[in-house]
Design a protein around this ligand. Structure first.
Ligand code: NAD
Length: 480
């Protein structure tokens, strides 16, 4: 495990001379220490990134040359899959099979953007037909410059890859600030980049807290573009800071995503996706379908099955066989979710769960929790909890389901289940959300755009949309 910052191609100590504790949420014990990065570290990192961008080889290489480095990074991540996944179980708490998916996905993201970098070589120039003779014009795409990336703790290395891989593919250099709760695997990325032959200064990683390392990164005049994933209040603050220097921002923020189940859906399938949609990754998922709307004729039957199946979910240490629900990421998140559940008890009916599982009191565990009978204007129905807590309500008509689904300040994801595919498509189109699933919930593909409407964010990550975040467009027009 690395215990230094990664700046200008090397592991170095923090200018602060301070470290902070990384806690394993399964037993609340400290398992590692990492540097407490500060404004001086950020300045060193941005200076290195600036130099690499302004004078180094990376932005001047062909897409194919960059692709070979990205591919080697993906290969190395894949080769170290088990080790990295186990580190994330300790850092984040998630069950090992889910951590393994995440690392496989991370490797896949690097491979995907390697392919796109290669294709960019051909698409680099686009002729423009002008409405006037005498001039010739073309558009070219160029890297935006130095990117500052700030990420959350729920998918530590995967969230890093969603920003680092497209930024590198585009030819940018980048400073990454991982979450203070899960900095361990992000720091490994430095060594992976070194081994793959990424030039010094192109990728820099500064661990630390939001106010001490994140804020200076957003304020730094040497940063051209900010890419943030995290909560709405932090996103709003970052956008306000970025406004001062007119930095480009892309924001992936919170959600309270609806899953609408029509009565023609087989109950078993509905139960399976409802449970997966909220309980995978302990419900610490921005796109979790945490509001479920069920058509009235099947509501009672579905609720009974849901409660029955939720009780069967095996809770425990992420490394234990068969565990589906690990501890929440940290003691503070644990407290926050338990407080939300208490609030929920005063607003609705607790169907199942709601407490700390017996025998697991030493860790940050919470039972899978289901609420019903809450009002549409209740806090528990409207606000993101970011834990294993789902609210369920019945509906009578398609129009009512759409209205309730869209009645939210968020618009990240939404899902609909119905045997009638015309209806499912109609409802999918009516959702005001950036990601819509039909007859499933949560599958995420590197090739498809990811991002939210309304307060869930600005811009799209993944696919070619993710690459566009790190590109500028220039017109070059000549008088013939
Ligand atoms: P958070 O906003 O508290 O922190 C996110 C990151 O921002 C951390 O690295 C933190 O150190 C940093 N930060 C905090 N204050 C800062 C400041 N003033 N300036 C700069 N950086 C600062 O969010 P979190 O608790 O880590 O993550 C949970 C949130 O993230 C949830 O709301 C969730 O929905 C959202 N999320 C969204 C997506 C998505 O793709 N839309 C994915 C994962 C998580």
């Amino acid at each position: 495990m690395k215990d230094q910052l990664f700046i200008d191609g090397d592991y170095v100590a923090s200018a602060s001379g301070q470290i902070f504790e990384v806690v394993d949420p399964s037993d609340r014990q400290v398992f590692h220490h990492v540097p407490r990065g500060n404004a001086e570290d950020i300045d060193r990192a941005v200076t290195a990134a600036r130099r690499a961008f302004d004078h180094g080889p990376w932005p001047r290489m062909s897409g194919a040359e960059r692709a070979s480095v990205l591919r080697r990074m993906g290969d190395e991540i894949a080769a170290r899959k088990d080790e990295l996944a186990r580190l994330e179980v300790r850092d984040n708490g998630k069950p090992l099979p889910e951590a393994v998916w995440d690392i496989e996905d991370t490797a896949g993201v690097f491979h995907f953007y390697a392919d796109l970098a290669e294709r960019m070589d051909n698409a680099a120039e686009q002729p423009i037909t002008l409405g006037m003779d005498g001039f010739t014009s073309k558009a070219v795409r160029e890297p935006v410059g130095v990117a500052g990336a700030i990420i959350p703790w729920n998918f530590p290395l995967l969230m890093a890859s969603w920003k680092v891989a497209p930024a590198l593919a585009a030819g940018c250099s980048i400073v990454l600030k991982p979450s203070e709760l899960t900095p361990v695997t992000a720091l490994e990325l430095g060594g992976i980049a070194q081994k793959a032959g990424l030039p010094a200064g192109v990728l820099n990683i500064v661990t630390g807290f939001g106010a001490e390392a994140g804020q200076p990164l957003t304020e730094h005049p040497g940063v051209d573009k900010l890419a943030f994933t995290g909560s709405v209040p932090t996103g709003s603050r970052i956008m306000a800071t970025a406004a001062r220097d007119i930095k480009t921002v892309s924001l992936e923020l919170g959600g309270k995503s609806p899953l609408v189940v029509f009565a023609d859906t087989p109950i078993d399938e509905a139960v399976e996706w409802i449970l997966f949609g909220i309980f995978w990754n302990q419900g610490e998922v921005c796109s979790a379908t945490s509001r479920v709307l069920v058509e009235a004729p099947i509501y009672d039957k579905l609720m009974a099955r849901l409660a029955e199946e939720a009780l069967k979910i095996k809770i425990g240490h992420g490394l234990d066989e068969g565990v589906l629900l690990g501890p929440l990421v940290s003691p503070s998140q644990h407290e926050k979710v338990l407080a939300a559940i208490e609030r929920g008890k005063s607003e609705g009916r607790l169907v199942t769960g709601g407490g700390v599982p017996k025998g697991l009191e030493a860790g940050c565990y919470v039972e899978p929790t289901i609420f019903a009978d809450m009002a549409e204007d209740s806090w528990i129905w409207r606000e993101e909890i970011f834990g294993p807590v789902v609210c369920v309500k019945p509906f009578e008509t398609e129009a009512e389901a759409i209205r309730m689904a869209n009645d939210s300040r968020f618009g990240l994801a939404a899902a609909v289940m119905s045997a009638d595919l015309d209806r499912a498509e109609r409802v999918a189109r009516a959702f005001r959300a950036g990601i819509v699933w039909i007859n499933c919930s949560q599958p995420t593909f590197t090739e498809a755009p990811w991002g939210g409407y309304k307060q869930s964010g600005i811009g799209r990550e993944l696919g070619e949309w993710g690459l566009n975040n790190y590109l500028e467009t220039k017109q070059i027009t000549a008088w013939d």
